[in-house]
Design a protein around this ligand. Structure first.
Ligand SMILES: Nc1ncnc2c1ncn2[C@@H]1O[C@H](COP(=O)(O)OP(=O)(O)OP(=O)(O)O)[C@@H](O)[C@H]1O
Length: 277
């Protein structure tokens, strides 16, 4: 039993609410505040953000440009410091980057001098995992991303979509507690982007990684996730938490259904309203 369960009754109501969420969450963000120095004093980028990502959730963050989506993800990744509030991964307040979090960015971040297979094994090598185990994990993820035939190729020989598939495999190979994805498909052409969305959803259906995914593409958010947080324009706060009540097994045809279009329009409406608020 976790310590706070024993202590729960001793806590004041507000703290009890925080501790109850912590008990169920993989990522729990509470009262998050971020300011940047500006010419005329500090600029508040984000205020009192609360986000709750449960184990095996696929959560998307959307919002108007500049609302702080990437900043939020970078803070959860430990790449940027918060000005206030808490970010807890399981029971630990984060204080910097860690191997409990895997990251996939918009820009391609593979090591160009390593083959596809070496890129996937990179984190495992750092952990000094025995070669046989590394091999097994690399084989598994090469299959997941459908690039078995490309294991000995270098990133320079791959298309943009293939590079992102390798980046996803590399992140998953380390078995992170949460996969953090920042607009990973936004540089791809529309057809490749749709293919990547489908692959990502299939990976999630099969493996159930816990995912926190930032995108400005509402259709993408509705297709991929089981919960969407819509942020307000700056300073970013949570405007809405939208459950995505669509079928579990998803194919691209889902995007043409009435239920999907209705939800996409609903989320779009929240963001449009923000732009003119
Ligand atoms: N290093 C920085 N110094 C000053 N201001 C910053 C810095 N980084 C971000 N900001 C500001 O913080 C706000 C949030 O930026 P962020 O890039 O997180 O937004 P976003 O929602 O991801 O935007 P977009 O959808 O356009 O990518 C913006 O107003 C941005 O100008």
């Amino acid at each position: 039993m976790r310590w706070f369960k024993k202590k729960e009754k001793e806590l004041p109501p507000r703290e009890r609410h925080i501790e109850a969420n912590l008990a169920n969450s993989t990522v729990y963000v509470k009262g998050l505040y971020k300011e940047y120095p500006g010419k005329k004093g500090a600029v508040t980028a984000m205020k009192d953000v609360e986000i709750n990502v449960l184990e095996n959730d696929f959560v998307c963050i959307v919002g108007p440009s500049g609302c702080g989506k990437s900043t939020l993800l970078r803070m959860v990744a430990g790449l940027e410091e918060a000005s206030g509030g808490r970010i807890v991964i399981e029971d630990n307040d984060i204080i910097g980057p860690g191997e409990d979090r895997g990251m996939v960015f918009q820009s391609y971040t593979l090591f160009p001098w390593m083959t596809v297979e070496e890129n996937i094994k990179f984190g495992l090598k750092l952990k000094k995992m025995p070669e046989g185990e590394q091999e097994k994990i690399a084989d598994k993820y090469l299959k997941t991303i459908k690039l078995e035939k490309f294991r000995n190729r270098y990133p320079g020989e791959l298309s943009g979509g293939m590079k992102q598939r390798v980046a996803i495999a590399r992140a998953l190979a380390n078995s992170p507690r949460v996969l953090l994805m920042d607009e990973p498909f936004s540089a791809l052409d529309p057809q490749t982007k749709a293919d990547m969305q489908l692959l990502m959803r299939q990976i999630w259906q099969e493996e159930k990684p816990t995912v926190l995914f930032v995108t400005h593409d509402i259709e993408e958010a509705v297709f991929l996730s089981n919960k969407i947080y819509v942020l307000t324009s700056r300073p970013g706060r949570v405007k809405r938490e939208v459950p995505v009540l669509l079928p579990y097994h998803r194919e691209l045809e889902l995007k043409d259904t009435e239920a999907f279009i209705r939800l996409r329009k609903e989320v779009n409406g929240y963001i449009e309203h923000e732009k003119f608020a």
